[in-house]
Design a protein around this ligand. Structure first.
Ligand code: ATP
Ligand code: MG
Length: 282
């Protein structure tokens, strides 16, 4: 029987969200304990649990069909891989940071100096793209303490909130690369099961970006509301028992949600109900 083989991070920031995504796509993975290969219970799929740094190579070599990994790790690996989908979690940026009191104010000021980083290949490329070069010192961890130990003038590291930098007396000079978790494959994936998997994944990803809205509205406010809400096609409108009132059902993008609900209220909407969408098939 053929299987789709997917490489996921075993432990770390992407591990839980990656399994949740499969779960929402209706693919149940048993609790594995220490096992590193887990067959799905109800779908022709097998999970490999790996260090995130190894995922690009497993996919590039064809041992796994697809992998879920940070875009920063994909870029650092510099292998022939394609990003199949952006997954919307694990968002962070790769930034140049320097000690708070450093004279370095702009990215250009780092030229010719020493930068410690866990992302040497990517850092070199990002600097070169901006016409800059520096001495790159590759490290495997604890990059934040390197400047205070005198190893370097700056670091290039992952930043999400910036609190780790602050804790180590560092200041972010500039973001060089924005990252999120992505699904990667080889450039021309051949496993015929991938298409069905992507159908499920897309239904989950689309649903995560939308909310279902229901509300009551004075009938005469409908034209203004229709203009505000492009919806999927046009909103569904049902009559209420109370004369002159209707119930409107529609779908709104998650990122516009607060703005839209406030404007709906201003247009006279009442009893606005917001419902999470589980799957959305376009
Ligand atoms: P592994 O043991 O698998 O090598 P790791 O320590 O290299 O794990 P994690 O810290 O778990 O990696 O981070 C995995 C990925 O999550 C990073 O490569 C990055 O894409 C993303 N990431 C890192 N830091 C954050 C953060 N603070 N918030 C959100 N996502 C992050
Ligand atoms: Mg790692």
């Amino acid at each position: 029987m053929s299987l789709l083989r997917i490489a996921l991070q075993k432990k770390g920031r992407l591990a839980e969200e990656s399994l949740r995504l499969l779960g929402e796509a209706g693919i149940a993975i048993p609790q594995g304990g220490e096992r590193l290969r887990l067959p799905a219970q109800n779908y022709p799929l097998e999970v490999f649990l790996l260090r995130d740094d190894d995922i690009p190579a497993y996919v590039a070599d064809g041992v796994a069909d697809v992998g879920i990994v940070g875009q920063n790790v994909v870029a650092e690996a510099d292998l022939p891989l394609q990003i199949v989908r952006e997954l919307g979690f694990g968002r962070c940026r790769l930034s140049l940071a320097v000690p708070k009191e450093s004279p370095i104010q702009r990215l250009e000021d780092i030229a010719g100096r020493r930068i410690a980083t866990g992302y040497p290949t990517l850092t070199r490329r990002l600097l070169a793209e901006r016409g800059l070069s520096a001495t790159i010192l590759p490290l495997h961890g604890s990059t934040e303490i390197a400047p205070s130990l005198g190893l370097c003038e700056g670091i290039v590291d992952i930043v999400a909130t910036g609190s780790t930098l602050l804790l180590h007396g560092l200041r972010e000079v500039q973001a060089l690369f924005h990252s999120q978790a992505v699904l990667v494959s080889r450039p021309h994936p051949t496993n015929p099961l991938l298409e069905d998997f992507l159908f499920r994944l897309d239904a989950v990803l689309a649903a995560r970006q939308q909310k279902y809205l229901l509300f009551n509205l004075p009938k005469e406010a409908l034209p203004a509301v229709v203009e505000l809400l492009p919806g999927l096609k046009s909103p569904t409108v049902l009559p209420l028992v109370e004369e002159g009132w209707i119930s409107v059902h529609t779908v709104v993008e998650e990122k516009r949600f607060w703005e839209v609900t406030q404007r709906l209220q201003a247009l006279g909407a009442q009893g606005i109900l917001v419902i999470d969408i589980e799957k959305l098939i376009r």
